[in-house]
Design a protein around this ligand. Sequence first.
Ligand SMILES: [Zn+2]
Ligand SMILES: [Zn+2]
Length: 267
Amino acid sequence: MTADYHIHTKMCGHATGELEEYLAVAAKQGLAEIGFSDHLPLYFLPPERRPAGYAMTEAELCGYVDAVLRVRENSPVLVKLGVEADFVPGYEAQLKKLLEAYPFDYVIGSVHFIDGWSFDNHEEIGGYSRWDIGELYERYFALVRQAALSGLFDIMAHPDLIKKFNYMPPGDLTQLYEETVLTFKKAGVCVEVNTAGLRCPVREIYPAPGFLAAAYRHGLPVTLGSDAHHPQITGAGLDRAVALIKTTGYLEIATFERRSRTLRNVD
Ligand SMILES: [Zn+2]
Ligand SMILES: [Zn+2]
């Protein structure tokens, strides 16, 4: 089976398409299962300082949950209720409270902010010039490890998102990958194999093959995700993601129900 566990909808404010449109494409592509994972409200900012078009508001979150639960009743494809939640250190209690209020099947943890800098936003690309890229990678992966250890997430999203705009540090990243994978192992989280990187300047799946190889060596499960922000992108690149995980050695992917994990053979 193949499952796309990273899908946004127009409810997050910066994607297009209704739930049903994503489902129609998933059915056409023969996906056995999909999971919606819209952006959790920016709980770490006071409501009046939350930028529009980045994530749902807390008032909208309830509607999102209801809509996913409703659409899955008559769906030709198995539908899971997921969410993509930002990790910002110091706000774990607020995040925990928000997550506990809803019957999520899984929670994807993401690092999109470094000290308030939205480093994966092309409008803020100027921020890279303020960093030594090697130090930036150290800082980014330290945050990702801290996120995993928070215990709030089932899956770590696009683990090397920091490569998005192709700013690569000199030298070998093996140690950084190894350290991060060992922390994931300790935290009991899955690695997301996310195909959005193929559509970004870096032109590479997240995570890099070296990261994924380390994850496989240490027995970390993987999930697959397109990170679709448009219905037509549902399942995009998953054939390449499946080829990559199989080459790495994986025979199974992880699926979730009410935050409990089951491994299934991938085809
Ligand atoms: Zn993300
Ligand atoms: Zn996403």
